[in-house]
Write a protein that binds this ligand. Structure first.
Ligand SMILES: [Zn+2]
Ligand SMILES: [Zn+2]
Ligand SMILES: [Zn+2]
Length: 231
């Protein structure tokens, strides 16, 4: 994900999705080892592990995440609060109720984006994953972003965000990949989420032709806030 201009002063980025940490993420410590990922990626890892009735592991130290020892998730940080009701109200008021401020913290499931975990280290290269016998076989890939295994990860597993041109290809990819074994490792895949483009939120035309953030209103069913997710 390429950061919009406004995001450049945010400092650190999430090592998995490369989105800048926001106010919540900066205080979010999902693992005792201190390794930080954004709350969205953490949630996604937990969901994927739950498919195997497991708890997700920290990508850095491979300890199981202990939900009781997570800090920062609900430590009274106030975010200018969008919630489902506000989103619904905004939509009910017409196109967007005159303001899109409430959408700043909203994520929308992106039906052409696949998040996959469990990749063996030798597959953690964009040119390899794009191959016709791997993720390229499901359709045209617009963007592919790989996260290498972390230094403390002795299982040497990475992850990737794969953006397809068409949503149906992403759906076929998830069907074809989730639960399969590649080089002795079980892969897990699900749809990724994205946020609204800053230009869209300011009622401006986005000037970045490669921008992968949202420029249209997402559906209610696919939209949720960080508070809802961490609740
Ligand atoms: Zn992230
Ligand atoms: Zn850790
Ligand atoms: Zn944009």
């Amino acid at each position: 994900m390429s950061a919009d201009e406004d995001d450049n002063d945010a400092g650190e980025d999430c090592p998995l999705c490369c989105n800048p940490f926001d106010a919540t993420d900066k205080h979010f410590r999902p693992c005792k080892c201190g390794y930080q990922i954004c709350a969205w990626c953490w949630h996604q890892l937990m969901e994927l592990a739950a498919k195997d009735d497991k708890v997700a592991q920290c990508p850095a130290c491979r300890q199981d995440y202990d939900e009781s020892s997570i800090t920062g998730a609900s430590s009274g940080i106030t975010i200018p609060a969008p919630n489902a009701a506000a989103i619904a109200a905004g939509k009910a008021a017409g196109a967007d109720g005159g303001s899109r401020k409430h959408l700043f913290n909203v994520r929308v499931i992106q039906r052409n984006l696949v998040y996959v975990v469990g990749l063996n280290v030798q597959y953690c290269r964009e040119d390899v994953l794009r191959r016709g016998d791997l993720f390229g076989r499901f359709g045209r890939i617009v963007k592919l972003q790989v996260s290498l295994p972390k230094p403390g990860d002795f299982q040497r597993q990475g992850s990737a965000y794969v953006t397809y041109h068409r949503g149906e290809d992403a759906a076929r990819c998830i069907k074809g990949v989730d639960g399969t074994t590649l080089d002795g490792k079980v892969l897990r895949a699900c749809f990724g989420t994205t946020k609204y483009c800053n230009a869209f939120l300011r009622y401006q035309q986005c000037s970045n032709p490669d921008c992968l953030y949202l420029h249209d209103m997402g559906s209610d069913n696919d939209s949720f806030t960080k508070e809802e997710m961490l609740a």
